[in-house]
Design a protein. Structure first.
Length: 246
């Protein structure tokens, strides 16, 4: 990609991110405080479910950091509003601070945030309408019922596809020395400027995927299992998360 093409690509990505940032901030738990406890309970459940589905990845020396990154930054029970605020402040300078590949990674992460927050809202409301109490654990049956009640298979398939795309993008950018150098140089200034959450998100993802030295197997495992679980949930399988049961 030539310098002019890369600049145009970054400008388009930043413009889209500016629009998406407004969307995602309106979806964060803080925007509907009454639903926040159930949404955070739901996220904790989803994070624990991911850990149960991929124990061998979390135990693997090669894949552990990447699996933990998925747990902490893509499935984790966190409020990412601070990261949103940092991104909003840095958007005008983002094109100068990062190569197009780094901007693209952040843009994909924001797209996934929008999809995930939208589903978390729908799931939390479905659970509450089913009588789910904050004092009791969410059961697999209750989760499955709420999942089907939301009734958006294309959206769920898009969520898995985007998750894998983010992983594939991180895998590609780890082979770009300029991006590695840019992220390393950003650490001190980013934290000093109050942009630590944003820098750490990029740094964790980069280091996790760099350590794997190839993410094909890792992403194939996640894509295959998540798709199978989706199919079992929509089919009303009695044990959708226990992939040892036919």
């Amino acid at each position: 990609m030539g310098k002019e093409e890369e600049t145009a690509d970054k400008e388009d990505l930043i413009a889209q991110m500016r629009s998406n940032l407004a969307k995602v901030r309106g979806l964060r738990p803080a925007s509907v405080p009454s639903e926040t406890p159930m949404r955070m309970r739901l996220r904790a459940w989803q994070s624990a479910r991911f850990a149960r589905t991929y124990p061998e990845l979390l135990a693997s020396e090669r894949y552990r950091l990447a699996a933990e990154f998925f747990l902490s930054d893509l499935y984790g029970p966190k409020d990412f509003s601070h990261r949103d605020e940092e991104l909003e402040r840095i958007l005008p300078m983002l094109g100068k601070l990062l190569p197009a590949a780094g901007v693209h990674t952040l843009a994909l992460g924001m797209e996934l945030d929008i999809i995930s927050e939208t589903f978390d809202i729908a799931m939390a409301r479905a659970l509450l309408s089913q009588g789910q109490s904050l004092k009791s654990e969410i059961s697999e049956a209750a989760y499955a019922k709420a999942y089907r009640a939301c009734d958006d298979r294309p959206g769920r398939e898009a969520q898995i596809k985007l998750l894998i795309e983010i992983g594939a993008t991180l895998d590609r950018v780890t082979r770009r020395p300029l991006l590695k150098a840019a992220i390393g140089l950003m650490k001190g200034p980013a934290h000093a400027a109050g942009l630590g959450a944003l820098h750490d998100f990029l740094d964790r993802g980069f280091r996790a995927f760099e350590r794997m030295k190839g993410a094909t197997e890792f992403l194939d495992i996640i894509g295959t299992r998540e798709t199978l679980i989706l199919q079992r949930l929509f089919a009303g399988h009695r044990a959708p998360f226990d992939l040892t049961r036919p």
